[in-house]
Design a protein around this ligand. Structure first.
Ligand SMILES: Nc1ncnc2c1ncn2[C@@H]1O[C@H](COP(=O)(O)OP(=O)(O)OP(=O)(O)O)[C@@H](O)[C@H]1O
Ligand SMILES: [Mg+2]
Length: 226
């Protein structure tokens, strides 16, 4: 397995008024291709901040981020947007679906942004993704017409339709009952084992941690060695 990410001594400091808050405080981490890693740590320890840095949504205050062997720390916004759209799938706790679009259209939309496929290809790929999460009967439903678990499955379809190199998930099962959560887990496990998608998931859910090949503990913005 080769490395997909290397973060070196990353800090992220937010200013809250005049008070600096160190969300990440010198964090060094390597993530290998194909790995299924669970990120655990107390509330406020920096998990979501780390996911945003790995997802190229936030730039570190200091330190460096290498993605696929390239230093992206100083990359401009356009380049970061391209990398995000081509390579990274996000799954959020609150799903982040577009309310006026149907399930299928939500999945299509992310491919339109990428501008890589024709309209017919977009539709076909989105249909396959919706089917793979077991939602073909609900393709025309808007998010408000779906259950929480179904919404999360739309979010997963949206993440996987791009065939991303990494899926980053922030508490993906936090709003779901245990049965639905376990279906979502099975889906993620399938993506990892069949498609070799790298998965990094922040979670308080012990079932996810038990399933992950690696547990990364974080405390006060640093790797907790233990
Ligand atoms: N945009 C922001 N502005 C100011 N402070 C922030 C911001 N985002 C995060 N923080 C602070 O950074 C620290 C880390 O927050 P983060 O959201 O990464 O924690 P977390 O581990 O994801 O917590 P939780 O388990 O509650 O989701 C916290 O002290 C938080 O208050
Ligand atoms: Mg968080």
């Amino acid at each position: 397995m080769s490395d997909i990410y290397h973060l070196d001594n990353v800090t992220k400091t937010y200013m809250v008024g005049k008070v600096p808050v160190d969300a990440l405080a010198g964090l060094t981490l390597t993530i290998r291709k194909g790995e299924f890693a669970a990120l655990q740590g107390p509330s406020g320890s920096g998990k979501s901040t780390l996911l945003n840095v790995v997802g190229l949504i936030e730039k570190p205050t200091t330190g460096s981020v290498q993605f696929r062997g390239q230093d992206v720390t100083q990359a401009n916004e356009g380049r970061l947007t391209d990398l995000r759209q081509e390579c990274i799938g996000f799954i959020f706790q609150n799903f982040n679906l577009i309310p006026v679009l149907s399930a299928l259209e939500n999945v299509e939309y992310t491919l339109y942004l990428e501008q890589r496929y024709t309209q017919a290809e977009v539709r076909e790929r989105a249909k396959v993704a919706i089917k793979s999460v077991g939602l073909e009967r609900f393709a025309a439903h808007r998010p408000a017409e779906l259950s929480g678990g179904q919404r999360q499955r739309v979010a997963i379809a949206r993440a996987l339709v791009k065939d991303p190199q990494i899926i980053i998930a922030d508490e993906p099962t936090a709003n779901l009952d245990s049965k639905t959560a376990s279906q979502i887990l099975d889906l993620m496990k399938h993506l990892n084992s069949e498609l070799h998608t790298t998965i990094l998931v922040a979670t308080h859910d012990q079932a996810i941690a038990d399933m992950a090949g690696r547990i990364i503990k974080i405390k006060d913005g640093r790797i907790d060695e233990g």
